[in-house]
Write a protein that binds this ligand. Structure first.
Ligand SMILES: [Zn+2]
Length: 521
């Protein structure tokens, strides 16, 4: 009986896993992104699974799938109550799949249902957030959302964090945020604002204003192959690579398209693609026999973002890789009016130097980036944990944002800024509008994890990682992801030696970067 009970649970969990991926894909299609269907040629999993997935997508809307998924979750939860699984009799992977599934069901994950009701739908918060020009337009729904999260968590931010990343509590997050803040702010203080401004204007501005460059890349960007080939030249990309109109969506090992944003500057598109490649590669190497089961799913949100940031920050944006990339890409499209080195310098600076006018998280350089995350983390923690009525804090949120921005970024840098409008503060990111409270810290944890992994990979290479990157060879990174992360799926935390989150690794990286860009003080 116990073995059968285990099988029954796994079967239901597999159906649930598939519905989860189908839901993500269906939502992408609903938001008029290109259709991101699995294709049998581009992936290496059971073709029957591809058929089953497409069958779901052809015959149901996102809300149908969501209903099915909720029903399935209910059934699984019931099953855990009804059946007795003698876990010792199960072989290791089944036992872990059952264990992790039980924990997931008990804890719940993602946007809580009470909040999903507020954010989804035609008049939902997600929709209005995207269109709002002032925070007032969405405030009432937002307050209601905060009240739901307060009730759900009993005013404990840890409970909200755990919806996305159950493996870290707020004490650890606090240490990471503080560690990185205490590393980043002194770097900004040491810089001279005029140097920073001049550096940006001299090294980067010409890139953005060069119309020839713009035309060449705007056109060639339409080529999916170009993105895949130039960024990861010579490395196989098994996943379909696609360019979408906005944002990025991905499913799991079956489906992980790379999307970039068409109305963004062309270098940003390459950058986004590098980030999405990380999410993709992690999925590409997941265990096939555990497809749609915990051991065949990405380990956790923070690890997922960590892998994406590893490729983005530490591979793609690195100087050795940028030198290779800029040379290859400009030669191939016939751009020769400048020295290839000059393109390399400019590309590298566009990704890494500080633009003193920037107020956006997603456009931020690696030194101010964690400070943008810190602002959001501290505000959402306050929203959940404060004794004051949600309404009062929400009313003051724009001011609090401006104050923190000044304190962490503008003042250390010596920049004087006016109060920013809601569109640059509270409304800047879509996460809160989508109901995703507690998600932001994952970006920072991901960065810190990635900086540690980068050091580990470098140590494993005889002559360091840089010598490989300058030839455009990212296989040491790919191998590390496959062997140390993907193969474990959600068992990563149990099995891997690389769940070490030391903010010092990231601080060191920022210091080196500042040194590389601005030189000795
Ligand atoms: Zn990401």
């Amino acid at each position: 009986m116990s073995l059968e009970a285990g099988e029954e649970i796994l079967e239901k969990r597999r159906e649930l896993g598939m519905l989860e991926v189908a839901l993500q894909l269906s939502r992408s299609e609903d938001s008029s992104r290109p259709h991101l269907r699995p294709s049998k040629e581009s992936i290496q999993v059971d073709p029957d699974l591809v058929d089953q997935m497409n069958e779901i997508l052809d015959n149901s809307t996102a809300s149908d799938i969501e209903r099915r998924k909720n029903r399935k979750e209910g059934e699984l939860s019931q099953l855990f109550e009804d059946v007795d699984v003698e876990e010792d009799e199960l072989e290791y992977s089944s036992r872990r799949n059952v264990d992790i599934s039980r924990n997931e069901i008990e804890r719940g994950s993602g946007v809580i249902p009470q909040v999903a009701d507020i954010v989804e739908g035609d008049n939902g918060l997600k929709q209005s957030w995207g269109q709002a020009e002032t925070f007032d337009e969405v405030k009432d729904d937002f307050i209601q959302m905060i009240e739901e999260y307060r009730e759900f968590s009993g005013g404990n931010y840890d409970e909200v964090l755990a919806l996305w990343e159950p493996n870290i509590d707020s004490t650890e997050i606090e240490e990471i945020v503080e560690g990185v803040k205490q590393g980043a702010m002194p770097i900004l203080e040491d810089l001279d604002i005029e140097d920073v401004r001049n550096h940006w204007e001299q090294n980067v501005d010409w890139l953005e204003t060069d119309t020839e460059l713009h035309e060449v890349f705007e056109n060639t960007l339409a080529s999916q192959e170009l993105l895949a080939h130039y960024i990861f030249g010579g490395n196989p990309v098994k996943m379909p690579v696609r360019i979408g109109s906005s944002g990025m969506e991905y499913g799991n090992s079956i489906m992980a398209p790379l999307e970039t944003v068409e109305d963004r500057f062309w270098l940003k598109c390459f950058d986004t693609t590098a980030h999405e490649f990380g999410h993709t590669y992690l999925r590409q190497e997941l265990s096939e026999e555990n497809t749609f089961l915990p051991l065949g799913e990405p380990p956790s949100e923070a690890v997922d973002e960590g892998v994406a940031r590893l490729y983005q920050n530490f591979v793609f944006r690195s100087k050795p890789f940028q030198k290779h990339f800029s040379k290859t890409v400009t030669q191939d499209v016939g751009l020769d009016k400048r020295d290839p080195e000059e393109y390399g310098e400019a590309f590298f600076n566009w990704f890494n130097a500080i633009n003193p006018e920037n107020t956006e998280r997603i456009s931020a350089d690696p030194i101010t980036y964690p400070l943008h995350v810190a602002i959001r983390y501290e505000l959402e923690k306050e929203l959940i944990e404060s004794d004051e009525p949600a309404e009062d804090i929400v009313d003051d949120l724009g001011n609090m944002w401006n104050e923190k921005f000044r304190e962490y970024i503008a003042e250390p840098l010596g920049a004087e800024i006016e109060d920013m409008p809601d569109s640059e503060t509270v409304l800047q990111d879509v996460h809160w509008g989508k109901g995703k409270m507690g998600y932001f810290p994952n970006y920072l944890v991901g960065d810190v994890l990635a900086s540690g992994w980068r050091n580990a990979i470098s140590e494993q290479e005889d002559d360091g990682l840089d010598s490989k990157l300058q030839e455009g060879n990212v296989s040491p990174v790919n191998d590390f992801i496959a062997e140390e992360i993907s193969q474990y799926g959600k068992d990563f935390l149990q099995k891997s030696d690389y769940w070490e989150i030391d903010p010092e690794n990231y601080v060191q990286f920022m210091q080196e970067l500042s040194q590389e860009i601005y030189g000795q003080k």
